[in-house]
Design a protein around this ligand. Sequence first.
Ligand code: GDP
Length: 368
Amino acid sequence: MGEKIICAGCGVEIQTEKPGETGYAPASALQRDVIICQRCFRLKHYNEVQDVSLTDDDFLRMLNQLSSREALIVKVVDLFDFDGSWLSGMPRFIGNNQVLLVGNKVDLLPKSVKRPKVINWMKRQAKEYGLKPVDVTLMSAASGEAVLETAQAIDKYRKGKDVYVVGCTNVGKSTFINQLLKEFGAGDGPMITTSNIPGTTLDMIDVPLDDDSTLYDTPGIINHHQMAHLVTKKDLKIISPRKEVKPKIYQLQQAQTLFFGGLARFDFIEGDPQSFVVYMSNELTIHRTKLEKADNLYQNHVGGLLTPPNAEELDEFPPFKEKEWKMPKEKVDLVFSGLGWVTVNGEGGTIRTYAPEGVTVTMRESIF
Ligand code: GDP
């Protein structure tokens, strides 16, 4: 490639190969007099925030700067993938700044679940991660539910200071900022601009809050432990819930197995007969079988009956890694990052989980 082309809007190097990544512009954009990346183009023409992904190094450099600014940090997590979308290491980066923790995608949780219960659970989880948020709110950026309450909480806790919104990619930050712009930024309200993050090639979205302060939408970091990286876009639509997740209850005897499509497996090795509640996308098919038949079923039917993945993707699909769990006294969730979780409430039972290499399975205090 010849000389570097720089985006006139934000200064990133333009590339035409990888849509969705930093600096992307369609090849046709290079014919224009003033060349800007697609993100700046959209920002300029539609006042619309678009995602960029960034490298871990850039991300750490960006986080490092937060400690030296006086601001309110708004940390957004995806309630359906709480652990997967949790940015760790935050306590080190925030300095003396306060953090407002926002659980997004509340619309995906069953309506029967009491919101204050979820908020208390989030507070306990945050504590386990070593973070003490000044407050916790829930919202659905997509439906608009409680976006106003979150905006009010931001205004209350920022005490006139700047605001930085941080979170992994896909937690809904752009959707949230776009909602804020719709509510407060229409007509002759604030115009969004971008500014560079010093020491990186990245840009942040700036939304003026008042004459003296600004809300910054920082680029998100990709969460590497998720199922999302292993499946095609089409399959991602199947495994990412888009509406309220209907819990599926399975009454299992010991030596029974559940397959979540062909993406993960759950063996109830031994214990008293009991119910297991699965919280995963309504579109994902779950198969139940006897443990003794499970290996064969998988070998013969992954990519067919057990799908996703589909037959063409099998070559690239990583092998399963297994893990054994002894069930504690309290009710717990076994979480398959990016796929959902299974709630278990039977002390002393033994469970074996299988997930593709690279996708973490964790145990946590049950959310409900
Ligand atoms: P960002 O990478 O953090 O900026 O996330 P986006 O705003 O691009 O959202 C990622 C995906 O989650 C998109 O498919 C959104 O439609 C979806 N999404 C965002 N907010 C919500 C929400 O409140 N509920 C649901 N169900 N989906 C959401």
